[in-house]
Each structure stands twice: as structure tokens, then as C-alpha cells.
Design a protein around this ligand. Sequence first.
Ligand SMILES: *[C@@H]1O[C@H](CO)[C@@H](O)[C@H](O)[C@H]1NC(C)=O
Ligand SMILES: [Fe+2]
Length: 440
Amino acid sequence: MDYQTLMLKLALITALISAASCAYTADDYVRPKPRQVLHFPWPSHHSSEPQQVHVSLAGENHMRVSWITDDSFAPSIVEYGTSPGQYTSRAQGESTSYSYIFYSSGKIHHTVIGPLDHSTVYFYRCGGEGPEFHLRTPPAQLPVTFAVAGDLGQTGWTKSTLDHIDQCKYDIHLLPGDLSYADYIQRKWDTFGELVQPLASARAWMVTEGNHEKESIPFLKDGFQSYNARWKMPFEESGSTSNLYYSFEVAGVHVLMLGSYTDYDEYSDQYSWLKADLAKVDRERTPWLLALFHVPWYNSNTAHQGEGEGMMAAMEPLLHAAGVDIVLTGHVHAYERSTRVYNGKSDPCGAVHITIGDGGNNEGLARRYKNPQPEWSAFREASFGHGELRILNSTHAYWSWHRNDDDEPVRSDAVWITSLASSGCLREKAHESRKILMEP
Ligand SMILES: *[C@@H]1O[C@H](CO)[C@@H](O)[C@H](O)[C@H]1NC(C)=O
Ligand SMILES: [Fe+2]
């Protein structure tokens, strides 16, 4: 097979896969104009300069600093301290790289730093040179604030969402899948890394995978190669064997980061890990229990209708028994919030489900809804925006959704959520929970 035939075949395969992974059709709904994919004047880096810096939580009192260098000899060290320019500590990390068809990544560094103090600003430098970055560690106790935006991409709307998030005071960014929309063009993972660096180098970004992270090619590439190499999350720290699902704890909150695109049935590794992880949750220590994954289970938009059913059938009883308070998902490019719901019906001991796949990617909004609005659907709107979840204490949290339709962060939906731990629900569920979590 000559070079041109090979390229043609690859292009065909790629086209087929992207068509198949895009379940909705063009005449499904009318979208407002998506904004242009941003043009990145690629800054010239000298080869060992750190690029695409982002940070994430990595087990108790530790954070992982990730960055990329063109130079494959650049060291994976991070120097850090609590005053600018004075690095009192130093950590050695690891590195990886990957190739994808004709693309070769730079050297991808992951270095865990700590133990770190809570609610503290650290100044740091990657690879012994380059600009100084700073990050703030999350608090030890409530209150804690999460910024939430899924399906980001890298368009003018993404930029407007990120600008709005930047204006808010938050501790951690939660991203329920679909990051770069690189869609096989690996260089776009690099431009995405540059786009988010100002925010992601300053606050922990905790992400889970969406369909756009998969990038598999039959017979050539397994899925998630780029995502796993670049966005390493604390799966080992939380006893998981896969970067596609893990958990973390911050202040009084236990967060499950689940995978919609890996096995989730009762016999899967993810399911057994989840059961073991839930058995360790202590509601005295972490009164709030959150879950994130990509494909929503409660979705009254016509886009991606029913796609979450398999995972929901397998995992909803488990999450319900464990008393998950809030579920955050993406995938549908619109915003929807449910009442507390379980098994398809409003249920005061169920979880609040929030779809927030409206970060601003180039595919545009999902505007068509099923009518009548289901009884469990409390609010729905097709606009780009972001969410803020402020968990104040063991009983109260304030959720708000900020639309950026007019380039202003307009707060369009807001609600107080009280924890299941402060209701009678967990006591009521104790038996159900023991039964489902303890059975082999
Ligand atoms: C939690 O915060 C809410 C809202 O400020 C307040 O009304 C409530 O009394 C607080 N609960 C506790 C247990 O401190
Ligand atoms: Fe998606």
C-alpha cells in the first residue's frame, strides 16, 4: 500500500468513526451559531520550556503538576515554596510520551508535590526553569467551591466560559468529559493545553473522560491514548487500575469520577472498584457525596436521548444505596437540572442530576427538548455557560448556573440543596446499602 492510499484509508476510517460517535443528526435541532475554533498563534518555545501546565489533586495533601516540553531530556522536577522565587522544596516526577500516526508528542511530565498545607498559595517552577506559576491548595474543611463546565472544546465560546470561571472564586474545577475536541488531530490537544493553562495551572482540574477523548482507530489504536498520557488523574491514589475512573476527597466531600466509556456492568472492574470505594466513604468525615460522568441518565433533551441507559441500569441502584447527593454530567450541549430523582421518578432520597455539557465547543447547542417536560426535570435551557457549586457546611450547598449567552456571566438558575446526610435518607437506606455494598 503506497503512502497516498494509506492516508486515504485513514481519512475514511476517521470519518466513519466520527460519524458513528455523533449520534444526533443535523436536522435534530436548530443551533445558534457556534463560534469559530480559536486560532492559536503558536508561541515559539525553546525546547525545554514548560508548556501546557496543569495541576490536579493526587491523594491526601498532594498535587500532581503536569506539563510538556519539546526537549526529551528536560528533567521532571518541580521546585516550589510559599514565597515567589523561593523554592524550599523540590520533587522528582515521571514522564511519558506517545505517538499517534504521524504525530509524536513532546515529553509529558507528571510530578507529585507535597505534603502541602491547605488553603495555601504555592509558587512553583517546572523542569528547573521557565516562568513561575502559582496554585492554591483546597481547604481542609467546608466551605469548598467547585467550578463546573463540561464539553469545553476550544472556540470563542470556550474562551468566554473560561473567562467567566476565572472571575469566580473557586477551589477546584470539575470537568465531566469532552475536553479538547481534538478529534484525532493531536496538535489540538496541545493548543487546548495552552488555552486552559492560565486556569488549570492555578487550581486543580479534575476531569473524567467523554467520547471525544476516545480517538480509537480499529486495528491501529486503542482508545484514550492521548487523554491518559496528558490528563493523568489520581486513579492509583484511589485504588483504581484505570485512569478512566477514580475518586478523590476534598474538604468534606467525596467525589466519584466515573467512566461512561469503559465497562460498567456488574462484573466489570469499574463496578467492583466503585463498590469498594463506596464502602470506604465515611459520611461523618465527608457528609457530601458527588458523582461525575459524561453521559447523563436524566436528560429530556432530544440529543443523546437514552444513551445513558445501560450505565444507569447497572449503576444507579449502587449510587442510590450509597446516597449520592449530586450527579454532574455533560455530553448534551445544554443545561438541565433535575429534582432529587431515582428510578425515573422524583424521590426525596435520590440524587440531583445536573447536565452541564455547555462549555462552548464547536458543535454548538442542543436546542430541542422532549415535551411535555418530565416531572423530574426542574430547569432546562440550551445556552453555553458554567456552574458553581458552593458547599457551605454539612447540610447546605448552593448551586448556580451562569449562562454566557450575551458574553456576560448571567446567573440563570440557582438552588439550595440540602444534604442526604442531614435528612433521614441515609438511615433509611442503611439496610439496602449494607446489602448491596457488602455482597461479594
Ligand atoms: C449551613 O449553612 C446554612 C446557610 O448559610 C445555614 O442556614 C445552616 O444553619 C448551616 N448549618 C450548619 C449545620 O451550620
Ligand atoms: Fe460528548
